[in-house]
Every structure is written in C-alpha cells, then in structure tokens.
Design a protein around this ligand. Structure first.
Ligand SMILES: Cc1cc2nc3c(=O)[nH]c(=O)nc-3n(C[C@H](O)[C@H](O)[C@H](O)COP(=O)(O)OP(=O)(O)OC[C@H]3O[C@@H](n4cnc5c(N)ncnc54)[C@H](O)[C@@H]3O)c2cc1C
Length: 348
C-alpha cells in the first residue's frame, strides 16, 4: 500500500501500478488482537481496495485474484479478471506477499470482510465464555492478546506461555523487563522458557477443559488455547520461479540492498515487507519504507538509470507500537533507545 499511495501522488506516464490482491479488503491487523476480545468496531478494520486509485485506471488498478505463478514478464492469476484475463503482464514486479500466522493474528484463508468479521466474533464469543484462556506464544500478537483479555476481563485467569526466557529479543532487555512487570501487575500468569507440545492440527477454537503439555514436563490447565506462534513466509511463488532467492533456513526472500531479489537474471524484480529476508523488525513501518525504496529504484530504472546508480535501502528511524495495551502501551521508538542499535547505527 505504501508505494501505491506514493505512486498516486507522483505516477509516471505510460506506466500503471497494478496491485494483485486476493482479499477484497485491506485487513487492519494491528487491531485484530483487541477486536478478538471486544466487539463493536470490527467493521472499521476492513478497508475496501476498490477505490485505491480513485477509479483512474491509467494510474493504477487493483486486480482481485490470487497470483498463482510468476514468470519473467507476467504473473498468472487463479481466475479470469475483466481486462486482464488470467495474467498480468509487467515491466517491474514487487513481491510483497507477506507471511502466514495463525488466527486471530491474521486470517490467512479468509478473503472477504464478512468472513473476517465473523471470525473475529467467533474469537470474542469463545474468549467471553472461557474462564481460563491460555495464550501460546508471546511475540507481539500473543503479548497483546493476553493483555487485552486480562484488561477487559480482569476476573479471568489468563496464562501466557512462551518458549523463550524473555520477550521481544530484538529489543533491549529493558523492554522485556517493562513488559514482564506490566503483565505481572495486571495479573497475567507468565510461563517462560518452555515450549508447548502442540497436538497435530493445533488447538481448536472451543471452550472445554484442556491440559497443555510442555517439553519441559509441565502441564498447564485451561479451557481455551489460542496459538500465537509460527510465522511462515508466503514465498512459494518466488521459490518456484527463482529457488536460489529463498533463504533455505527461514524461507524468506533474499534481497539486495536495492530491494531487488538476489538473482542477477531478474533485476526488474523486487521483494519487500514481511516476506523479505531483512534485519528490519517485521512491522508495517518497515514494510512501507522498504516498498518506497523499491518504488524509488523502479522509477530510476524507468528513467534509464544503470544498476550501480540505484539507491540502497536505508532503515529509517521511526516508532511503532511494540506492545499495545499491556495495559499501559509500550511503544518502541529508536529515539527512546528501545532498539538495541542506536539511531546513528541504524542510519549508517
Ligand atoms: C496482529 C498484528 C498486529 C500488528 N501490529 C503492528 C503494529 O502495531 N505496528 C506495526 O508497525 N506493525 C504491526 N504488525 C506487523 C504488520 O502488520 C506487518 O509488518 C505488515 O502488514 C507487513 O506488510 P506486508 O505488505 O509485507 O505483508 P501483508 O500485510 O501480510 O500483506 C501481504 C498481502 O499479500 C496478499 N497475498 C499473499 N499471497 C498472495 C497471492 N498469491 N496472491 C494475491 N495476494 C496475495 C495477502 O492477502 C496480503 O494482503 C502487526 C501484525 C499483526 C499480525
């Protein structure tokens, strides 16, 4: 979305930006943890893509379809789209398919607003009925969810299970201490340093007494288990097209500092955002800035720049919400010294 909005402000004649997206609406996932707990604003979290380019198809177009294969100069679609058929030809491609994580952090396989709202309501209902919810995984989503539940239902016994010994290890220890103490004060039971043994297929969304076993031999009892673990990059399409671009250990897409994929045969293909194998913390802020960096270089290529004239992406210092509602918000800003690196280091 970042590059698309920038493109609208400053398009290049003769080119248009095509967004291929299988969802009907932009999902504002930042608020999904809260909307899984309390109702009344779900409809605000799904913003239609229809009007991104204000109907000016010379500037841009949203193609509602699933990209099913990548080729050197076109993307195959899973359905017929008026004006395109089953393919979108391109001069430059930015691959930004993001990641999968379990619901309710994202709804990977739900594609409409109605389906998304109905899913959020299912979580609200289960959480309301549960007396002893257990949140498994304390990355940003698990932390937020546990805090939201306890904040809105102080009488519930909320347990947060985490395989590591500290929270958000990409940040300074002071952040971990701050979060731990705030959750403790709120009354969330925190079990750290032990990994849950997941049943095949994970835990269903149902309220009934359950025993959750850990590799360390603990048994945690609850009546609802919500998984907030496991981020899987949506990199399959690029893997098929250019296998060497994929980091085999993690599945993320290897990129150059220009945001082009690490395959010299395809200098017109870029990858940005959560799917990219980059040291940036996986947040919207960085996805946006990486997208803008790719767009800048595409514009340079369009105007005839050589490879060596492209600009390297520089991490920008910004702020983002690292642990909303815990219940006092914890904001991570490089300026406030929360990141391990200093702002000066980041801007090098
Ligand atoms: C619960 C939650 C809370 C968060 N809170 C914050 C926060 O407070 N602050 C912050 O900065 N960041 C936050 N983040 C992180 C932020 O949402 C991500 O970093 C950001 O969305 C990454 O953007 P992206 O464009 O790379 O990927 P995504 O936002 O995942 O977008 C990828 C898109 O590609 C589509 N897609 C995938 N494959 C295909 C295909 N084959 N064909 C067509 N379409 C496809 C998907 O439908 C999706 O819309 C949060 C994330 C979650 C899950």
């Amino acid at each position: 979305m970042g590059p698309a909005l920038s493109w609208i402000e400053d398009p290049i004649q003769g080119y248009r930006l095509v967004l291929i997206e299988e969802k009907s609406h932009f999902n504002h996932v930042f608020a999904f943890p809260r909307a899984s707990v309390i109702s009344g604003f779900e409809h605000e979290l799904f913003i239609p893509y229809d009007n991104v380019f204000s109907g000016d198809e010379t500037i841009g177009k949203v193609v509602r379809a699933r990209a099913s294969a990548i080729h050197e100069d076109y993307v195959e679609l899973d359905r017929d789209v008026p004006g395109f058929g089953k393919r979108v030809d391109y001069a430059y491609l930015v691959y930004c398919a993001g990641t999968k994580i379990p619901a309710p952090g994202r709804f990977n396989d739900l594609h409409t607003k109605e389906e998304g709202i109905a899913a959020l309501k299912r979580y609200q209902k289960a959480i309301e009925q549960s007396e002893r919810p257990v949140v498994i995984g304390a990355g940003a989503v698990g932390l937020e969810l546990a805090a939201e539940i306890k904040e809105h239902y102080p009488e519930k016994h909320v347990t947060l299970l985490h395989s590591r010994n500290r929270y958000l290890p990409r940040y300074k220890v002071s952040m971990d201490v701050m979060i731990y103490n705030t959750l403790k004060k709120t009354g969330v039971k925190q079990v750290l340093g032990d990994r849950v043994i997941l049943p095949p297929g994970g835990f269903p969304l149902e309220v009934k007494p359950i025993d959750i076993h850990t590799q360390g031999g603990k048994t945690i009892q609850g009546d609802l288990a919500i998984m907030c673990i496991g981020m899987t990059p949506n990199s399959d399409l690029l893997r098929k097209f250019s296998p060497k671009t994929i980091n085999e250990k993690t599945g993320f897409v290897k990129i150059k500092n220009t945001m082009q994929i690490q395959d010299d045969r395809f200098q017109h293909i870029f990858a940005v955002g959560d799917v990219a194998d980059h040291t940036d913390v996986k947040t919207g802020h960085y996805a946006w800035m990486q997208g803008l960096a790719a767009l800048t270089n595409i514009k340079k290529l369009i105007s005839g720049a050589k490879q060596e004239e492209l600009e390297p992406y520089k991490m920008t210092v910004g702020s983002w919400i690292a642990g909303r509602s815990i219940p006092h918000n914890v904001y991570a800003t490089a300026n406030a010294g929360i990141l391990k690196a200093s702002p000066e280091d980041l801007l090098k």
